[in-house]
Design a protein around this ligand. Structure first.
Ligand code: PDD
Length: 285
């Protein structure tokens, strides 16, 4: 039986209950993080907490516990669940109050919970997926990690209906590619430049994206934060995604266009594979 954390208590998941007046439930007035767990350690915990704090601040919310306590709770839930590989979902909402659009009084206490999910050790090779593109209809502040994810879910469902594994959102006016329903997008262009969307309010600043950037720099792989279009993506040598749960995943088909996986060696020397291996080494270190 999985152990959850809710508002100050660790308890069996089946007993974790929250009010139906929770503002996260009523208005998506909540922020969240998904932290990868590898070898019983939370990966890049500091970066997740930094982003959580930025999200809270952007919504004018405050954390129900200090950063130090949250760090301890995250470590504790890993121990309680004997979690070796998997992830932790953490959510903080503005609290429970009678339904009204206006913020509740400041005396309203935030609701916080965490749930652990067991997973498997990462595979030796990156996952390969297919994707379709969809005009981005999400709100203008997707850099804030809120639970307001309905367009992401609808987009992913549309991808499934169209026979693909993932959706990539693009800006319909400029045709600029943004990100997937739950990960950041990278491209090795047809002229061999490694690009990913600049960190603006139109994408989430991924923790894995930042980790991969650091690994790239350390290993002499140059990249640029530069926007690219759908047409460029169709002609790319490589396309891949980064996220805490998918690590580095290769897109081998986009809207039916086959995407190369590196230009030679059947992908053995692809940049995505190299970054995947570097990321794996970081997880196992
Ligand atoms: N998703 N972009 C979006 C829209 C995301 O939802 C995520 C994370 C990312 C990648 O961020 P990170 O590298 O910090 O995981 C990018 C998580 C995994 C989720 O919602 O389940």
């Amino acid at each position: 039986m999985s152990t959850a954390y809710l508002n100050g208590r660790f308890l069996p998941l089946s007993q974790a209950r929250i009010s139906i007046e929770d503002r996260g439930l009523l208005f998506a007035d909540a922020v969240y993080e998904v932290v990868c767990v590898a070898r019983s350690r939370g990966v890049d915990l500091g970066a997740h907490l930094d982003r959580l704090w930025r999200s809270l601040q952007a919504l004018g919310m405050s954390s129900p516990c200090s950063r130090r306590v949250l760090l301890l709770l995250l470590k504790q839930i890993i121990v309680c669940n004997r979690l070796r590989y998997g992830s932790i979902y953490l959510q903080i909402s503005r609290g429970s109050a009678s339904r009204a659009h206006a913020f509740p009084p400041t005396s309203c206490k935030a609701n916080i919970f965490m749930v652990a999910s067991h997973g498997s050790p990462p595979a030796a090779s990156p996952m390969r997926i297919t994707a379709v593109t969809l005009a981005d209809t999400r709100w203008a502040r997707v850099d804030i990690k809120t639970t307001n994810l309905l367009p992401n879910c609808l987009g992913l469902e549309e991808a499934r209906v169209r026979g693909a594994d993932e959706v990539i959102f693009y800006d319909s006016a400029s045709e600029i590619m943004r990100e997937s329903s739950k990960s950041n997008l990278w491209m090795l262009s047809s002229d061999n430049r490694l690009l990913t969307h600049p960190r603006t309010s139109n994408i989430l600043g991924g923790v894995t994206r930042a980790a991969v950037m650091e690994l790239a720099l350390k290993n002499g792989i140059t990249y640029k934060q530069e926007a690219f279009t759908r047409k460029q993506a169709y002609e790319a040598h490589e396309l891949f995604l980064t996220s805490s749960t998918g690590f580095v995943s290769i897109i081998n088909k986009l809207d039916g266009h086959s995407i190369g996986e590196g230009v030679s060696d059947n992908g053995a020397n692809s940049i995505a594979r190299k970054l995947y291996e570097l990321y794996l080494a970081k997880l196992q270190a």
